[in-house]
Design a protein around this ligand. Structure first.
Ligand SMILES: O=C(O)[C@@H](CO)OP(=O)(O)O
Length: 216
């Protein structure tokens, strides 16, 4: 069967005005993830990312040969917009800047989004589900045998939940576990996709690299 490896982008800029940029740690995580795949003999014959800078830069820092393709279906949901919808435009500073408060609040907010309880979000939950399914089809409707995708935590959560036919809440529970530059693996054939491994970070599991393990 053909293989799909989905890597989450490296660490971005949590709490800063522009989140969509890799930190120095993020670049290093991406480089190590590329090295880890090469060390396993896993070299992609197709490269895909979302259109976000943190995703593009991660793919390029992994240093595989080939011309990357892009599909906006692999972009993260707009968490800033969902929080603004929840708080009617006035997101508390702690929710923006304190990791624990931010992710606890984001979990509740995504659950409200899934239940269509947020006021006029930029993208509905149903639209998100549809575009992630389209992005998965784009990546796997191919003659390539080893497809590498760089995406984001929420999209990876949705790929895992949807291919496992899990309840929608599982998307967010998985989202919150997905580490920066972690490797989630699927096999695919004739339109069917199965998950075979999730959230692996062999490149960050050594004593000399474990300080680079981050969730945000
Ligand atoms: O902020 C994050 O951790 C997630 C939001 O779930 O997005 P991304 O994976 O794009 O960083």
């Amino acid at each position: 069967m053909a293989e799909l490896v989905v890597v989450r982008h490296g660490q971005a800029a949590f709490g800063q005005e522009n989140y969509d940029q890799l930190s120095d740690v993020g670049f290093e995580q991406a480089r190590l993830a590329g090295d880890a795949l090469r060390a396993m003999g896993w070299v992609p014959d197709r490269l895909v990312s979302g259109t976000l800078e943190r995703q593009r830069d991660t793919l390029s820092a992994m240093k595989f040969d080939g011309s990357p393709e892009e599909h906006a279906g692999f972009n993260e949901y707009d968490f800033g917009d969902l929080l603004r919808a929840k708080y009617h435009g006035n997101v508390p500073e702690l929710v923006k800047g304190d990791r624990k408060v931010h992710f606890r609040t984001l979990r509740e907010t995504v659950f409200e989004w899934q239940d269509d309880q947020l006021n006029d979000p930029y993208e509905t939950w149903g639209q998100f589900e549809t575009r992630v399914a389209e992005a998965l089809k784009f990546a796997t409707d191919t003659d390539a045998r080893r497809v590498l995708v760089v995406s984001s935590g929420g999209v990876i959560g949705q790929l895992v939940a949807s291919t496992m036919q899990a309840p929608k809440r599982m998307m967010m529970e998985v989202n919150l576990q997905i580490k920066n530059a972690s490797i989630t693996r699927f096999v695919f054939s004739k339109g069917r996709v199965f998950m075979t491994g999730m959230n692996a970070t062999p490149h960050l599991d050594h004593t000399d690299t474990q300080h680079l393990m981050t969730y945000s």
